[in-house]
Ligand binder design. Sequence first.
Ligand SMILES: [Mg+2]
Length: 104
Amino acid sequence: MDIRSGQKLAWENKVAKGFNTTDVALEFGLLYGEVAEAFDAWRRGRAELGEELADVTIYLLSLAQMTGVDLQGEVEAKIAKNASRVYRRLPNGTMVKDRARTDP
Ligand SMILES: [Mg+2]
């Protein structure tokens, strides 16, 4: 499944079940809740980590649909942008974008 298909399927399920389709702030809150559940599953070494990460993805896909974002296109563009960036390491070990060698 590609991201675009997943976005469509997540939205169709949301509509079919009568879940939130209009309240963007609520959807952000629910997404944060799923991130917290995933973190807790990881921290406690629970087998549900994968399912919780799937929940995070499903809420993110739905939020993209709700706000009119083509997440597949955005992810592809961002991955290409990130790949073109050049980083340098500061003396303290932190990696920072080398603006002189990175295209705007
Ligand atoms: Mg969950």
